[in-house]
Design a protein around this ligand. Sequence first.
Ligand code: PHE
Ligand code: FE
Length: 294
Amino acid sequence: MGNDTHVLDSPPEGAAADWTIPQNWAHYTPEEHATWDLLFERQAKLLPGRTSNAWLRGLDVLKLSKPGIPDFEELSERLMGVTGWKVVAVPGLVPDDVFFDHMANRRFVAGNFIRRRDQLDYLQEPDVFHDVFGHVPMLADPVFADYLAAYGRGGQRALGLDALKYLGRLYWYTVEFGLIAEPEGLRIYGSGIVSSAAESRFALDDPSPNRIGFDLKRVMRTEYRIDDFQQNYFVIPSFDELLRVTVETDFAPLYEAIARQPDIRIAAIEPNDVVITHGTQDYARAKGGTAILA
Ligand code: PHE
Ligand code: FE
């Protein structure tokens, strides 16, 4: 999903200097293609009326409903034609500078393996379903495509400013777990939600999590959890607005200001929050408080 700690120092055997590997599409087994189809059908039933129009359009434009694991070459050709992005395979998680370099140059790095049948709902590393079904449709949206490329450049800059912790939270609360206010109501665009059957219900319907209007500094100060459903979702008014505020803001002074302030506890509501839903946090409590990552 972007940031993690269990990463090798140099490309593993068989990988290129930029860490890419061949997708080896011809080597997928019928069983693996069937796993994709199973996950796809499950989500396809759930997502109309839940995902953003941009994501739905992307799915359509890229012809992702074709059965089987998509061939990255074919997918990249379509994607290139709309926003100039391509999809490249990597062997799991890659170092931050490699990740940002690909992103800044409009190459989306995706895992080429698919989860096993006994892991349909829980994964430790992003697989091809999360990466392609979750992320790639958004890359067909011109504004979001620009946002992600700008994020890649922002990542390179944050590395030098030692501010990855803050920038990573922006990725988490937008690219992975973002919600958008559309005229018909709240919709999902975050890939971590889109690729999860349970969270695509929870994120919109459950009374437990907070749903708060997006504010750049607020988001970058807020803790998050990687082990379960989110306790907060941040709601953007539009992709244009997300792009505008992130591109027009110089993050360097913001990082400095944030570093002098305490982090915001995961479920806390702040005085200036635009609260859309003040969550009950029942789900977190039901789990005996383990949800609170202090
Ligand atoms: N404007 C940010 C900076 O000054 C870069 C950025 C753009 C980061 C878009 C994220 C998304 O570092
Ligand atoms: Fe991801």
